[in-house]
Structure formats: structure tokens, C-alpha cells
Ligand binder design. Structure first.
Ligand code: PDD
Length: 280
């Protein structure tokens, strides 16, 4: 596999970063995950806008305009013969410097980009949906930044896996706000509801596409907090994310939830999203 590291296209085994990279010592960096469908990047510029936002919020000067990485991504697709469905992982850290917490006076950001073949989730799996568990949200107060600090997310995913579920609904101040690596949507009497953008959730690109799609389909939408109790009254529930798209939640903490199956609103939105991504 060929990857991109600091301007060079090199074999994956040779992509080595010094141990004092700040990503390693502090998780001091940001990342993005973008999908390719039929060899085409999906919503790339939106992801780059979020990358610029994350960089600005952690005061990291990007070494170049990230729009440039579209060409890097295309080359990685070609070099690795990835024609169908794939994912692009991009990570930018503050660079290499002796381990002192405050920013180094001089450090060049480390830029790593890799494209990997993806396994497209078959529609039958989406129809069946997935179980989730509820867990307290242990993350910091700036979840709107796509930072490399993912320990609470890692712990939540692991706890979910241990409980036989794939994802967790994170609860903060009595509100079900998002998944450990996804946004959360609920449908109540035909109205689509999701937590408002702000410091406690990641402003998902898929979330934004779903809201736009819903509007174009005449589905009423509300960006409002969903209480942990209200989740049980939802007619439909789903997670959204770049590689997940729309994944219905059919059980929570071992009990049937969200109607126990993929509902009609989720199905319509998935069809629309698939069409946007694949052009068919
Ligand atoms: N996760 N919320 C969190 C906490 C996330 O980590 C993600 C994405 C999302 C959905 O965002 P988007 O629709 O832009 O993918 C919401 C990525 C894919 C990951 O960490 O692998």
C-alpha cells in the first residue's frame, strides 16, 4: 500500500513518524475521514472546510491549502488500484518537538494521508439495523473539533462491543447527543430530530447532507436536544457517519427501540444519500 507522508508517496511500511510527534505524545492534531464511491471523493470540500475549522480552533497553521489534498487522494486511489468503495484517512499533527505541553516555537505539521479499500455495508444490514448501548459522555467540551484525542470514544466503542453492540449513544446532562463515532437522529411522528450543532457534538458532514435531503423531501426537521427518556418514544432511530451513512438503531441496552426495524423515513433518507454518493 502506498501512502502520503509529508509530501512523499511511499510504501506504508516506510511511513514512520518520530516518537516525539505531538500526535503521539499529546494527541495534538486533527483528522478527517472521507469516502470514495465509484472512485469519486464524496463531499471532499465540506470535509476540508471542517479540517480548516478544526485547525483554526486548535491554532494549528496548516502547511498548505487542504483543497490540494484532493489530488493526493486521487493519486493514492490510482497507486493502490482502488476503484470502487474506499475511505481516505487524513491526519495532521502539530509536528515533532521535544515533549513540552505548550506549542513548540518551531515545528512543521506532520501530514499523513492513506486510502484504503472499504467494505460497503449491504442494504440488508441496514434494514436489520444495529443494537446500541447508552453510556455517559466522558468527552471534553469541544467535541466540534475533529481532534485526535479519541480516548473516551475508544472506551465507549469498546464498552459497546463488550455488551454485544456496535455503537454507543452518549448521554450528557440527560440528553442523548450523538454516537461514539457518529451523529444521532430520531423520528417522532414523521419529524426528524437531531442534536443542534455546538461544542458537544461533531458537526457531521453526513448529518448536514441528511438534513438537506430531508428538507428537499419535505420531511420536517428539528435541530433540538433529544432527552434520554424521549429516545424510547422515537418511532425511528439511526446513527449517521461517513462510512456508516444511515444505520438504524433497533435495540438500546438490550431492549427494542426505534420500532425495532428500519423505518420509512430512515429508508427514504438512505436511498437519497446513496443516490447522492453513487449517482444512482
Ligand atoms: N467519525 N460524531 C463523531 C464523534 C464522529 O467521530 C463522527 C465521524 C461523526 C460523523 O461525522 P461525519 O458524518 O462527518 O463522518 C459524528 C469518523 C468517521 C471516525 O472517527 O472514523
Amino acid at each position: 500500500m502506498i501512502v502520503y507522508l509529508n509530501g512523499s508517496f511511499i510504501p506504508h511500511e516506510q511511513a514512520v513518524v518520530p516518537v516525539e510527534d505531538r500526535a503521539n505524545n499529546f494527541g495534538d492534531g486533527i483528522y478527517e475521514v472521507v469516502s470514495f464511491a465509484d472512485g469519486c471523493l464524496f463531499a471532499f470540500e465540506e470535509h476540508m472546510d471542517r479540517l480548516r475549522y478544526s485547525a483554526r480552533e486548535i491554532q494549528l497553521d496548516l502547511p498548505e491549502d487542504p483543497s490540494r489534498y484532493a489530488a493526493v487522494a486521487e493519486r493514492l486511489m490510482t497507486e493502490n488500484s482502488l476503484a470502487g468503495y474506499a475511505s481516505l484517512y487524513m491526519q495532521i499533527s502539530r509536528g515533532v518537538a521535544p515533549r513540552l505541553h505548550a506549542f513548540p516555537a518551531q515545528a512543521r505539521p506532520t501530514v499523513y494521508i492513506a486510502a484504503k479499500p472499504g467494505k460497503y455495508v449491504p442494504d440488508e444490514d441496514r434494514e436489520k439495523g444495529r443494537p446500541a448501548v447508552t453510556l455517559p459522555d466522558l468527552r471534553w467540551g469541544r467535541c466540534d473539533i475533529k481532534s485526535l484525542n479519541l480516548l473516551p470514544n475508544v472506551l465507549a466503542k469498546q464498552a459497546a462491543a463488550k455488551a454485544g453492540a456496535q455503537d454507543a449513544i452518549l448521554i450528557r446532562d440527560g440528553m442523548a447527543i450523538e454516537g461514539a463515532a457518529s451523529n444521532l437522529f430520531a423520528v417522532f411522528n414523521g419529524t426528524l430530530v437531531t442534536h443542534p450543532k455546538g461544542p458537544h457534538i461533531l458537526g457531521g458532514i453526513t448529518r448536514q447532507h441528511i438534513l438537506r435531503l430531508a428538507e428537499s423531501l419535505g420531511i420536517p426537521c428539528l435541530e433540538e436536544p433529544i432527552s434520554a427518556e424521549a429516545v424510547w418514544k422515537a418511532d425511528e432511530l439511526f446513527f449517521s457517519g461517513t462510512m456508516l451513512e444511515i444505520m438504524p438503531i433497533t435495540k438500546i441496552d438490550g431492549k427494542v427501540a426505534g420500532g425495532g426495524r428500519r423505518g420509512p423515513v430512515s429508508a427514504r433518507l438512505q436511498t437519497g444519500l446513496h443516490r447522492e454518493m453513487w449517482g444512482k
